[in-house]
Design a protein around this ligand. Sequence first.
Ligand code: SAH
Length: 214
Amino acid sequence: MKDTAKHQGLRNHLVQELIKKGISDKTVLNAISQIPRHLFLDSSFENFAYQDKAFPIGAGQTISHPYTVAYQTQLLEVKPNQKILEIGTGSGYQTAVLCKMGAKIYTVERQIELYKTTSVLLPKLGFKPVLMTYGDGYKGMENDAPFDGIIVTAGAPFVPKPLLAQLKVGGRLVIPVGEDKQVMNLIIRVSETRFQQHELGDFRFVPMLENKSR
Ligand code: SAH
């Protein structure tokens, strides 16, 4: 599959739709207008890739809605060169958005099949995370902490403590919390010991899988 003028037109349309839905961060919109979402999906979805919808990506997982990607990314307030940890690499689309914004990305995926596919796809498309790993996102990435931002792209039953511990002071954790449906939480580390928690809109994510070996 190629990226053509037709795809660019569909992306411009999607960006307008996201603006109408309330996304205002220009750096986020700019990244979405440039990233070929259709290349992160099976070719059978090519004609639908720029609709604001979730699609299957294999291993029972889905790529998030573009609105959800934009909303979570906007909440992270990413600046170039910041260190960002992503839990749930999935298709790699959210990872690509963060790379495009100039952040240094560390990303972890729990499904081996997705990890293998996406770790080949991202560099092929010109997106280079600092680290892509296969592992359990509940633990974060202790060796590479602390992070300026952490984004969880699966529904978490609770806020994992290691993720709070791996945030810099001033850092932001964006995490959907809940079992059947999730409330988007923005947690800001305001000091070594204090966290400010904001509960934002309702969303629906695939569940964050607890460690299978437990
Ligand atoms: N950011 C992805 C969203 C994929 S859906 C995208 O843009 O395509 C959420 C992903 O989180 C799935 O790929 C799922 O396998 C992964 N996941 C679920 N539980 C996890 C865990 N404990 N650790 C790491 N990844 C996990």
